[in-house]
Design a binder for this molecule. Structure first.
Ligand code: G3H
Ligand code: ZN
Length: 275
């Protein structure tokens, strides 16, 4: 069932598990992830990057996600990931998102608050809740950012914007890490103790499993996986014999590979059986 961002995260509060948020790119990644969620009875978030909403890609992808969500017997949120501007947010609302992330984390605090608050107000008119980002989560291709989210700023950011989940900079980044990241679990605990909304860990691909478990124990309630969804799909595509011509048949093993990736992450995050 299609479920809002706030509603899908609410049951995790005061519990020790997190909802997996998988980035989806095409019908096949949607199929693999939904099959895994159904099999393990897990709530999940399917999200897509802002650039897909800036182009026509999400226009075609959204009906696939929504069909899966409406047909599924587990809660599924369709989420705009790292929304970069009002255009992408409005398209996200128009194309059926039940959660919106707005990311202006490179702005100074006061501007980040003002811009995020405005998006929260726009989305509220459509009955959709918003995830914000405080402390910029950059690219793993760059040196790891140790400018962690400040606890007092996080309290103020959440109180003044009205967001329902907060992405925090605690030592992670997007893409393939050049060296093993070190998640700042202590900072997660400090923020979690002061902030009343679920915390989100971005850059899930390549974080050692034990660090993800520790991050959840400290207060993370949503973990994002993007790059490794791509690799699970693409590695299998590159192995699949070119002699298989019908595209739906060609894609079967790649869908299965995405499903296996999602099964593993659902188990890791402890969301199995929580639907
Ligand atoms: O917003 C999406 C994620 O944070 C994904 O990061 O590609 O490093 O797994 P990742
Ligand atoms: Zn992210």
């Amino acid at each position: 069932m299609l479920t809002g961002l706030k509603e899908i995260l609410a049951p995790t509060l005061n519990k020790k598990y997190a909802i997996p948020a998988f980035n989806v790119y095409n019908m096949e990644t949607v199929m693999g992830i939904v099959q895994a969620a159904q099999e393990l009875r897990s709530p999940i978030i399917m999200q897509s990057y802002s650039r897909l909403f800036a182009s026509e890609a999400a226009f075609y992808l959204a009906p696939s996600v929504l069909a899966a969500a409406h047909a599924a017997s587990v809660p599924i949120c369709f989420h705009l990931d790292h929304g970069a501007g009002e255009k992408e947010v409005v398209r996200g609302l128009r194309w059926g998102c039940s959660g919106i992330m707005y990311d202006c984390s490179t702005l100074p605090l006061n501007e980040n608050i003002a811009s995020t608050k405005r998006i929260v107000q726009i989305c509220a008119e459509a009955g959709v809740n918003v995830e914000g980002e405080l402390g910029h989560i950059g690219s793993a291709a760059d040196d790891l950012n140790q400018d962690y989210t400040d606890v007092a700023e996080a309290e103020r950011f959440v109180a003044e914007t009205g967001i329902v989940s907060l992405a925090v900079q605690v030592g992670t980044a997007h893409g393939h890490y050049k060296k093993t990241p070190k998640v700042n679990v202590e900072r997660i605990g400090e923020i979690s103790a002061k902030v009343p909304v679920p915390l989100v860990l971005h850059g899930g691909s390549g974080i050692p499993e034990e660090q993800i478990v520790d991050a959840i124990a400290a207060g993370i309630r949503k973990v994002n996986f993007g790059t490794d969804v791509c690799y699970s799909f693409l590695d299998k595509v590159f192995e699949t014999p070119r002699s298989i011509v019908p595209i739906d048949v060609f894609m079967r093993d790649a869908i299965q590979a995405v499903k296996e990736f999602a099964l593993q992450k659902i188990r890791l995050l402890g969301s199995e059986g929580k639907a």
